[in-house]
Design a protein around this ligand. Structure first.
Ligand code: ADP
Length: 669
């Protein structure tokens, strides 16, 4: 028996990939499975939205911060410009504010007021005023009597333009001065509609006010200074009416709605020369800080769509001019600031987005590195586990191998023991057959022995009588009888001898004859008809003749036993060559078929099932061991043959021995 090839190397032992589960090995853990499961869509969406929110928040913060910073800077600059501008306006106006007070001190004026009917005094006063006006560069300087009629004026010599004789008692500056106060306000000129700033001062004669000195200061220099502010701007008077503006369409509009009594006043004092005063085109709401006189403005309500300045794009800042009740307002455009803030907001958003992406990238990279390390660790673990398993399996296989080798050795030993036992059994069976035959043989030998006894006794008598011829005849018969007895004993000796089971070219007819010879007397005694179909020199089997003879003795013995009570006892022996076919139907080596047929009882179903069981017998105790057929089949199988049993259709049993046919040239085989 050959030792099976056992896989001892790890590669042989390790099952290929997919077979891991079948082999009971744990499958390699996939690294992606544990640390980073694929994120669910909802979580990703939420993260995306959160990132967007962060970007939007950063953008908004950037926008607000930038806008606030830029607005503050703008405010500082605008305030600075406003201060400058306010100072310029105050300079233009206040430079000449004291002039009326000076006029009252003039002797000519005093004289005129005391005696206004004298033309010379009028003349002198006019001359003085003209010179003064020319020197100061104001629009006009004039003197009114206590009824408000102009007595003398700097422009008295300008014909129709002359104010002399004009009744200006309706002007607030006249009324203020008449009441002993300094009067000052903006008004449009009654003659040419030229706007100006009027300042008046009472002229006293003792405690009594006898007239009023007034100056009209031109405001063109203010108009020329708008550029200094660098933004649309306006000047509004006490009534919140825009009197000067860099935007011409804003002029003579009211920043706040005028109360009715004020309107009536305006009708009377004709400050705006009877002009209709529409509301300011932009809806502004002003807040004046009483301490600092700083004005902050906001837009309220909607803005006409085609208005040049848009509500959201303006910063309203202003000042109340010192001691003048005038308000200076600038409208600084904030669009630049907003655009810049927008750019900064976008940049902040982008920066935040970039930082988020960077953080994401770093997190991803860290996660990938972690996954790789994890995968590597698991791979190493799996590898170590695999190696352990391989080592375990290799150990187990080595042990199995050793056990198999041991078992093979044991089986070989057992086979040897079995074979020895079989040989012993064959021998025992032979001896048993010899024992059975002993009576017959004794009987066979008794007759010749008796004859020899008689013949030898007769020979003694013939010798005494001297009948040598008769003695010789008797001795001749004795010799023949002894030969006959030797003939009987010779096959028994050959049968009893232990033989080596070596296959040779064996004549089946010869083996059959030897077996039948042993049963000769029994066949005769039991009146068995023998039909021996085996012809000498016709069929040759490839086996040991002695063993074949043993098999046939067993089969013939059983057949005779089975026919003991049969009415007709026919024993038939046949030997033929039959071509054997292998599994594929292809012709193979021819086989010898030997049939032993009897007309006995045949096999019962139960007997047929247990026929080849050791120690199965239906015979009486001592008559059979139940080993004959078992041994016979083993013998036949030893020569690569087969023994089969069947019932015959016509009654009785058929035992068939198949053996390989002997080759024609045994040397070659
Ligand atoms: P034994 O002859 O010692 O009983 P065998 O193994 O030779 O042992 O035979 C077993 C049994 O098979 C026999 O007891 C018998 O019942 C049955 N048997 C064998 N040969 C025949 C036969 N030719 N006809 C009927 N029965 C048979």
């Amino acid at each position: 028996m050959s030792t099976p090839a056992l896989p001892l190397s790890p590669t042989d032992a390790a099952p290929p990939g997919g077979a891991a589960a079948e082999s009971g090995m744990a499958p390699l853990p996939t690294p992606a499975a544990s640390p980073s499961r694929p994120q669910p869509l909802v979580r990703r969406l939420a993260l995306g939205l959160a990132a967007l929110a962060v970007v939007a928040a950063c953008g908004s913060l950037g926008y607000l911060f930038s806008e606030r910073q830029a607005t503050a800077a703008l405010r500082v600059e605008a305030n600075y410009r406003l201060d400058l501008f306010a100072a310029a306006v105050e300079g233009i106006v206040k430079r000449l504010e004291h002039v009326p007070a000076t006029v009252q001190l003039n002797q000519d004026i005093q004289a005129l007021l005391r005696d206004p009917r004298r033309p010379q005094r009028v003349q002198e006063a006019n001359t003085y005023l003209r010179r003064l006006n020319a020197h100061l560069g104001s629009i006009s300087v004039f003197v009114l009597n206590e009824r408000g009629v102009v007595l003398a004026s700097s422009n008295a010599d300008q014909g129709d333009d002359s104010l002399v004789g004009e009744d200006l008692s309706f002007r607030p500056y006249f009324l203020d001065a008449l009441s002993g106060r300094v009067g000052r306000h903006f008004a449009i000129g009654v003659r040419h509609g030229e706007p100006g700033y009027f300042v008046s001062h009472p002229i006293r004669d003792g405690a009594r006010v006898i007239g009023v000195a007034a100056i009209k200061i031109g405001l063109q220099p203010v108009d020329q200074a708008w550029a200094m502010l660098g933004a649309p701007a306006l000047l509004a008077d006490l009534n919140q009416v825009v009197i000067l503006s860099s935007e011409p369409q804003w002029r003579y509009t009211a920043l706040a709605e005028l109360p009715v009594e004020r309107r009536v006043d305006l009708q009377l004092n004709r400050l705006y020369n009877g002009l209709r005063i529409p509301p300011f085109p932009l809806p502004v709401q002003l807040h004046v800080d009483e301490d600092s006189q700083v004005i902050e403005g906001v837009m309220r309500g909607g803005v006409p769509p085609r208005e040049r300045l848009q509500r959201h794009d303006m910063l309203l800042l202003g000042r109340t001019l010192d001691g003048m009740d005038w308000r200076l307002l600038t409208f600084t455009d904030l669009r630049g600031v907003r655009n810049q803030a927008l750019a900064h907001g976008m940049l902040s958003g982008l920066a935040a987005g970039f930082l988020l992406l960077l953080a994401l990238f770093l997190a991803q990279r860290r996660s990938i590195v972690r996954q790789r390390l994890e995968a590597q660790r698991m791979l190493e673990q799996a590898n170590a586990g695999l190696e352990q398993k391989v080592a375990r399996r290799t150990r187990a296989l080595s042990e199995t191998n050793a056990r198999l080798r041991r078992e093979v050795a044991e089986r070989e030993q057992a086979e040897q023991t079995l074979r020895a036992a079989q040989d012993e059994l064959v021998q025992a069976a032979k001896l048993a057959v010899l024992g059975q035959l002993a009576t017959g043989i004794t009987h066979e030998l008794t007759q010749p022995l008796g004859a020899i006894r008689t013949l030898s006794g007769n020979a003694e008598e013939f010798l005494r009588r001297g009948e040598l011829k008769a003695v010789a005849g008797n001795l001749g018969i004795v010799a023949r009888l002894v030969d006959q007895m030797g003939g009987i004993i010779q096959p028994l000796k050959a049968f009893a001898r232990k033989s080596q089971a070596t296959p040779v070219r064996c004549d089946v007819a010869h083996a059959a004859a030897s077996a039948l010879f042993l049963f000769e007397q029994r066949l005769r005694k039991e009146r068995v008809e023998l039909r021996n179909g085996c012809e000498a020199g016709r069929v040759f089997a490839w086996c040991d003749p002695n063993r074949l003879q043993q098999v046939l003795i067993n089969l013939i013995g059983n057949a005779l036993d089975a026919m003991r009570d049969a009415p007709a006892k026919v024993l038939t022996l046949r030997a033929d060559l039959e071509p054997a076919a292998d599994g594929d139907g292809a012709a193979a080596a021819p086989r010898v078929r030997i049939d032993v047929l009897d007309s006995g009882s045949g096999f019962s179903e139960q007997t047929l099932a247990r026929l080849f069981e050791p120690f199965f017998t239906t015979k009486a105790a001592g008559a059979g061991l139940g080993l004959g057929l078992v041994i016979s089949r083993d013998i036949v199988r030893d020569f690569r043959g087969e023994l089969e049993a069947a019932n015959r259709a016509e009654g009785g049993a058929r035992l068939t021995v198949r053996l390989p046919a002997a080759p024609d040239n045994p040397e070659a085989s």
